[in-house]
Every structure is written in structure tokens, then in C-alpha cells.
Design a protein around this ligand. Sequence first.
Ligand code: HAS
Length: 550
Amino acid sequence: MMERHLPIPQKDARLVMAHMYVAFISLLVGGLMGLLQTFVRSGSFDLPFGIGYYQILTAHGVILALVLTTFFIIGFQFALLSKTVGLSDKQRLSAWIGFWTMLIGTLLTAGTILTGKANVLYTFYAPLKAYPTFYIGLALVVVGSWIACFTNFRQLAVWKKAHKGEKSPLLAFMVVINMLLWFIATLGVAATVLIQFIPWSLGMVDTINVLVSRTLFWYFGHPLVYFWLLPAYMAWYAIIPKIIGGKIFSDALARLSFVLFLMFSIPVGFHHQLTEPGIDPLWKFIQVVLTFMVIIPSLLTAFSMFATFEMAGRSKGYTSLFGWIKALPWKDVRFFAPVVGMLAFIPAGTGGIINASHQMNQVIHNTIWVTGHFHLTVGTTVILTFFGISYWLIPSLTGRKLTKKINTLGIIQTIVWGVGMFIMSGSMHIAGLLGAPRRSAYSTYTGAEQVDTWIGYQLAQAIGGTILFIGIILMVYIFFYMVFGAPKGKASFPIAEVSEEAEPTPQYLENWKVWIGITIALILFAYTIPFIDIIQHSPPGSEGFENLIR
Ligand code: HAS
């Protein structure tokens, strides 16, 4: 077969595409589960063939939040590193080993869920207990992702050695930060899965320390959301400027915001446990303060994006206060999809700040407001940016062109997604404020009056969910068309240059020892005392509850 002219070596393209296939198949399967859920919760639909609500809820969460994201991100990051610092044969081999390890783990976990032996949701809170293969599969996914981490670290290290004294390419720096964050964070989930869940599910021990397991989960669970967000920020900072015909506002600011994410995204897990008994309120308060620190890099990003857009518009001659908005390429889906994601992040981030506010958390915790929050953040901001990336990445990996037709279909897909999510997530937020719980199947709560106030919103969720599912079908069609159907041709791999007016990037931003040192110090500060306290004052462990919920 003739080698096609691709912006990255064909062997690397194949590796990235393998990740993309898993991601887009996951989108279809996980999305279908989501659609069924909204139907059940509307109260007018029962699942056939004895399938349980919590079974599909677990599949939906694991397949979309863990599988789709991890495969897309790791694949995308390999593409970025292949383009900026290269991927040697040895590194490619280890990347493939990582991929297969993750895939085997995914199949094991997904298979366990589909046979109804793991109705524990994606947070797998103890004392709900799953069949051991659920946890073993998850452990394999984490191990596979670690292989990817170390391959990425090695890629940059080799490049640095060959380019002594040079600043690393911005995207390579960002990828390494994200993988460092992921590695440090997954140590927590690996610890709870290996030390607590697997022995317990195998029957080697009778009980599990519930609070320790949840604390280790959230030590991982919050940085997890930034592991999803940072690849979107990579595209915003370094790719979107090229697509709009502009330049990166500031390389230093972009790096600083990533360094702040590394430092502050981990020592904040308690903000998911603010209502959890057994954790000293002082340490909850300290972690809330640290949570407010992790908002800063997102505010820096918002500033940076506005500056990039304005600079690009003004360079094209738009001089009025907001005239530069007109200069943006609204008809280019590679811009349109991510920018809708950015706009969604304004209310989504505001919701996050509400969640993190200690007192207000009491109002929304465990209500469907939180589900609304994460469908706006990961389900809109992140995923629409991933779709936006796909419109140039997939053609550039398959040697095809993004046709006008697909561009238009992509814009329609984005609008469908935006409308569906506005209806679904909006009604989730409102129903949550009215007290509707999350993580629960349809219930009339023995005819309680309060239920009447949120019934209409549950119906709206089903309508929004249906529109979103149409969006999924469109996106999966677009993906396969870009892989197999689009005309052959040369597609671009857009990476922007830094503006000439930007300040030079200080050397210290690449001082890995300092940033990793501060990150570890902050984690030790935020977790050591409360964790010792949790272990010392733990109530007796709990035995497991299997298939308690269906
Ligand atoms: Fe969150 C719960 C707090 C961000 C995901 N979050 C969750 C859960 C998920 C999740 C999945 O403190 C549920 C977990 C579970 O199952 O229990 N979250 C925050 C805070 C932020 C935040 C403070 N979350 C995210 C992101 C996520 C995500 C990002 C996924 C990707 N979250 C919480 C808390 C809880 C929580 C509590 C626990 C609730 C509970 O009680 O259970 C912040 O990072 C948000 C900062 C963001 C901003 C917005 C900046 C805006 C930007 C856009 C600019 C727009 C432009 C467009 C440039 C401050 C950058 C311009 C366009 C033109 C045309 C000009």
C-alpha cells in the first residue's frame, strides 16, 4: 500500500487512530445508556429484559467518563508529541503495550458491568461491592495509562537531551504536565483498588474502611476532571489561535496556568466530601480554600482566550470595542465547536464555584444539580472541544479532507448538542435546586408533594437527552465518514506561533523539580493530618453489599 503524506509518521497515526476508534465507539455505547437513563427517570419507561437502572448508569459513567476520555486524551497527546518532539520505534512499542493493557482492562470492566455484576456506578463507592473483575479491569486501565505516562515523559526527555538549553515546545510541555498530574492522582485510586477493593471483593478480607476508600477515590477524582480539561486547554491555547488566523497571546501565561493546575488540582478532593462525616471541618475548610486557588488558572485561560480573539480580530482591521468578534471564523467547525464549549464553561465554571462554596454545597450536594454541573463541564466544554479537535485531527491522520458538507454537518451537530445540553443540563440544575436527588432511579417517594415540583424537569431531561443522542449519532457518523468516506487529500495539523508582542518565557517555568516538589508538599500538607485522623478514628469496616441496587 502506498504511504500517504501525513503531518505525522503513518505508524504514529495508526497508534493515535487505535485510541480514537475506542473513544468513538464508547461515545455511541455510553450515549445510548444515557438516553435510556433519562427515559427511565421521566417515569414513563421501564427497561426491558430485566436490565437494571443502576447497571446502565454504571455503564454510562464508566464508558463515557473514564473510557472515552482516557482513550481520546492519550491518543490526542500522542499525536501532539509525535508532531512536536517525535516518537521513536521503542517508544511507539511501549505506547502500543499501554494501549492494549488499557483495552483489555476496559473490556474486563465493561463485561462485568454488562453482565450485571457491578452495579456500583462510576465512583464505585464502598460498601457497594462489584465482582472482582470490575476492579481488576480498572487497575489494568490505570497501569496501561501509566505506560503512556512514562512513554510521554521519555519522549520529552529525549528531545531535551538533543536540544540542550532550548525551551520545550509548548504542547509537549502541556502534555507532560497533564500526564504528571494523572500519574500523581492515579496513585490514590490505585492504592484503594489494590489494597482495599480487590482483596475485599475476592473475599480475602470481610470488611472495607469506607471513609478511607472514598478519600482515596476523591484524591484521584478531582484531578481527574482536570485531566479531562487540560487537553481541551491545549487546543484552546495552542491550536485555536492558528485556526482563527491569530497567534498565541502568551507562551509564559499558558505554561503558568498549567503549572498552577499541577499544583492545585490534587490537594482539593475533600470538596467532594463536604457532607461526609468523619473528616475534620478544619481540613475541609483548608481544601475549600485550595479549591479556590485552582479556579485561578481557568480565569487566566479565560483572559488569555479573550486576548487571543481580540488580537486576531484587530490585526484584521476591526477597530471597534467588540467588532473583533465578527472577525472570528464562525463558519469553521474547528473553531465553532470549541467556542461553544468555551461559552458553556462560563455558567459551568460558575456552577463549580457554587459547589465549592462550603455552605452552598449543603444545598446542592447529592442533588441532580451536580449531574447538571458535570454535563456542562465535561459533557459540553470538554467534549465539544474534543469534537472540534477531531475535525482536523482525524482527517490529518487518515490523509483525507474535511469537506464543506462535513463542516456544515459539524456545525449542525454542535448546535444540536448545545440545544440538547441546554435543555437537559438546565433542567437538571433547576430540579436539583428543588431537591431532586442524583444517582437514583425514578421514584415518587411515596407521593411526597415535593416530587411534583421536579416532575416536569425530569421530562425535560428526557427531551434534552433525546436531542443529545441525535447529536451522538451525527458525531459518530461524521467520525466514520472522516475515516473512510471523505475524499483523500492533505489536511493541516494546526499549531499556532507565539505573538511577537508576548513577553519571553522565563526559564524557571520549566523547573520541573520545583513544581513537582511544591505539588508533593501541598498534597502532604492537605492530606497527612486528616488522613491519619481518619485511620485512627475509623468506625468498624463495612461488609459488602452486592447487587443491592438494580
Ligand atoms: Fe466540578 C463535582 C467544583 C470544574 C467535573 N465536577 C463535579 C463532578 C464532576 C465535575 C464530574 O467543589 C461530579 C463528581 C461526582 O460524581 O460526584 N468544579 C468545581 C470547581 C471547578 C470545577 C470549583 N468540574 C469542573 C470541570 C469538570 C468538573 C472542569 C470536568 C471537566 N465540582 C466542584 C465541586 C463538586 C464538583 C465542589 C462536588 C459537588 C458535590 O457536592 O458533590 C472550577 O475548576 C471551575 C473554574 C472555571 C471557571 C470558568 C472559566 C471560563 C472559561 C471560559 C471563557 C470563555 C471564553 C469564550 C474565552 C472559573 C475559561 C469567549 C467567547 C467569545 C465569542 C468571545
